[in-house]
Write a protein that binds this ligand. Structure first.
Ligand SMILES: Nc1ncnc2c1ncn2[C@@H]1O[C@H](COP(=O)(O)OP(=O)(O)OP(=O)(O)O)[C@@H](O)[C@H]1O
Ligand SMILES: [Mg+2]
Length: 352
């Protein structure tokens, strides 16, 4: 008779996995809970402090591999979760007690190596333009790239990528349509009447778009998933931080601002939000930095130095300064942004 695996077998196998932060095995370190086995399928939780996600994210595949070796186990799902530590400061606004108690799923997203979230405090500073241009420029470097537009209230991806197709469904998962070689998914293509959608539905839709989607292809994961966010520090940003391992594999958030002080002040709030939810900020992109007129004269239409000041305030690199370019606006409207405009930014982000 074949031996039916027990939770103790799973526990014993997990004792071979060492937690890099404590040097203890994951069982002794108290990271594992909720071991369940049903018909050869094993599942359990790895619970960590959200601040430790970068260091501990590799535990998830390591634990799955260890348990997959247990005789009689045919399938393993380890979920890396985090809970805000008691007394942890959480962002103000939109964060009720339910949100504070919510579990964080920090398991890597299947077939996604790295996530770059494009954020800003103020609206209209160029997040969607930067997200789209960056995705195209990373793809032009030969990387496999996805672009996820989470701006429910003003989705830009369909227009900027020249995309009209709704994603298809295969085995209950979304199949993101391709545009210019980039896999694209937009809340705008999924939801109509978006303005009336409430928080819980947003979280559910976000889950589906992240983890219920065929990103990449068999054996060909996406190198980067670029996420375009709405402005501010609301539900969507926090839901993303809780639903995805942004810190995993050198991912994180970018802050887009114009040089103008009002934009920079708002960007400070966005930066503070990412710090509070322990998402690394990779750097600042200053957009609309200047305008060169046809006579070759340079005009600082929105002032000067805002991007640099923001970068210094949070000890971040200023990754790029992008001038106002009427041709870029036209390209965005036509759904064919020239990737070359974002090549230098893409190069800085991929050489880490
Ligand atoms: N460097 C630039 N040169 C010229 N036009 C630009 C530039 N950056 C952005 N734009 C234009 O400015 C407008 C706002 O840009 P975009 O939609 O990317 O901003 P956003 O931050 O995503 O806005 P929202 O907060 O509404 O999502 C668009 O019409 C876009 O084409
Ligand atoms: Mg936008």
């Amino acid at each position: 008779m074949t031996h039916s695996p027990t939770p103790d077998d799973v526990r014993n196998a997990l004792r071979a996995v060492i937690d890099p932060l404590t040097g203890q095995d994951v069982i002794t370190a108290g990271l594992i809970s909720g071991i369940a086995i049903k018909e050869g399928k094993a599942g359990f939780l790895i619970t960590i402090d959200p601040r430790q996600q970068a260091a501990r994210a590799p535990l998830q595949p390591a634990c799955e591999k260890a348990v997959a070796g247990v005789s009689g186990i045919t399938d393993v799902t380890a979920v890396l979760t985090a809970q805000a530590a008691p007394g942890d400061p959480l962002p103000q606004g939109g964060v009720g007690p339910e949100r504070a108690r919510a579990q964080w799923n920090l398991s890597p997203v299947e077939n996604v190596q790295r996530i770059l979230a494009i954020s800003s405090g103020k609206g209209g500073v160029g997040k969607s333009t930067v997200a789209t241009g960056l995705a195209l420029a990373l793809a032009a470097q030969g990387l496999r790239v996805g672009l996820l537009d989470l701006d429910l209230y003003g989705p830009s991806l369909p227009r900027m990528m020249g995309l009209h197709d709704k994603p298809a469904l295969r085995e209950q998962r979304l199949v993101p349509p391709l545009a210019h070689g980039v896999q694209c998914l937009s809340m705008g293509l999924l939801m109509e009447g978006a303005a009336v959608v409430r928080g819980p539905i947003i979280t559910k839709t976000l889950q589906q778009m992240l983890r219920g989607t065929w990103w990449g292809a068999e054996g060909q994961p996406l190198d980067v998933l670029v996420v375009d966010l709405p402005p501010g520090t609301g539900d969507i940003q926090l839901s993303l931080a809780q639903a995805a391992p942004l810190a995993y594999n050198h991912g994180g958030a970018l802050l887009v601002t114009t040089p103008q002080m009002v934009a920079v002040e708002d960007a400070h709030k966005a930066a503070q939000m990412w710090c509070k939810v322990h998402v690394p900020i990779l750097g600042v992109v200053e957009n609309m930095s200047w305008f060169d007129d046809p006579a070759g004269q340079r005009h600082a239409l929105f002032g000067e130095g805002g991007g640099q000041a923001l970068a210094e305030a949070f000890d971040l690199p200023l990754l790029a300064q992008l001038p106002m370019q009427p041709a870029l606006r036209q390209e965005a409207d036509d759904g064919r942004i020239d990737a070359a405009r974002f090549a230098a930014l893409a190069a800085r982000l991929s050489s880490r």
